[in-house]
Design a protein around this ligand. Structure first.
Ligand SMILES: C[S@@+](CC[C@H](N)C(=O)[O-])C[C@H]1O[C@@H](n2cnc3c(N)ncnc32)[C@H](O)[C@@H]1O
Length: 272
């Protein structure tokens, strides 16, 4: 039988879009076993009490998290969900804002430690949301994220594979990503049209964290992957010309899809 929402909940908005991606915006977790399983994964992985939940929705997972981590902060953009949370979990600290605008460094300061983040986000913003976590990688220590299965494959992909791209490079440079388990569509209400996966991001210790301007690194990596099969002297041509930079000879003939994450780091440092 299709899982039901608790009586007091509003029906998730359907009018937002029909595509599988947009429809995932308000697919709420409703299977108690799955909710418990995700909670246990987070509890055993979380590396600090500075807990932040991104996109709590109606609080399926939040209820369990708040009991264990009473100082946690939830960040939610949907005002109806924020109202529901204020009613059902009055002690919860909720920030009514767009998580893509979140300043993780400020949040780290506020909570007093590197953050442990948990998120089941709309799949349309997965890439942006994950890249925002590594914008200030020292602010975060651990993240457990629910993503579409295909995104999980991109996160853990190795060089040479068709799934390898900017998300793989950026996350593998600053974290140790691991795919934990799949979550079937039947665990949600309404059911999304895709299969989901839980991915754990274990951020490197501060002393292991690469020293680099991560915004500049991301720009270089994206530029390289725009033509993933072409030699870097071609794919980086416009980027280098605009900045009056020269590409050191050793990179000229290499191709993005074959470069290891550490090599992108070295390339960005040389251009920096
Ligand atoms: C797929 S639902 C999951 C809700 C809840 N975590 C659960 O598992 O039942 C995604 C949630 O993220 C929220 N959300 C979407 N975009 C957001 C954004 N840019 N900033 C903050 N929250 C967002 C949605 O309002 C929704 O509550």
């Amino acid at each position: 039988a299709a899982p039901k929402l608790p009586k007091s909940s509003h029906r998730p908005k359907q009018e937002l879009g029909q595509s599988p991606l947009e429809a995932s915006w308000r697919c709420y977790l409703s299977d108690p076993n799955t909710i418990e399983k995700i909670f246990r994964s987070f509890r055993s992985g979380a590396a600090s009490n500075a807990v932040v939940e991104l996109g709590p929705g109606l609080g399926a997972l939040t209820r369990l998290l708040a009991a264990e981590f009473p100082t946690m902060v939830a960040v939610e953009v949907d005002s109806r969900a924020v109202e529901a949370l204020a009613r059902d979990l009055p002690k919860l600290r909720v920030r009514h804002q767009d998580l893509l605008q979140l300043d993780h460094r400020e949040m780290r300061q506020e909570l007093g430690d590197r953050l442990s983040v948990v998120a089941n986000l709309p799949y349309s913003i997965t890439t942006e949301a994950l890249l925002s976590l590594v914008r200030s990688p020292r602010a975060v220590r651990y993240a457990l994220v629910m993503v579409q299965k295909e995104a999980a494959e991109r996160i853990v992909a190795a060089e040479g594979s068709k799934d390898y791209g900017p998300l793989s490079v950026m996350l593998q440079l600053f974290t140790r990503p691991r795919q934990l388990y799949l979550v079937p569509a039947t665990a949600f209400y309404p059911q999304p049209k895709v299969t989901s996966a839980m991915v754990e991001l274990d951020f490197l210790a501060e002393e292991e964290m690469p020293e680099v301007d991560s915004a500049m690194l991301l720009e270089v990596v994206k530029e390289c992957f725009r033509q993933r099969k072409r030699a870097l002297r071609h794919s980086l041509k416009a980027y280098l010309q605009q900045r009056r930079l020269a590409l050191p000879a050793r990179w000229a003939k290499l191709r993005a899809e074959r470069l290891k994450p550490g090599e992108f780091l070295e390339l960005a440092r040389q251009l920096q």
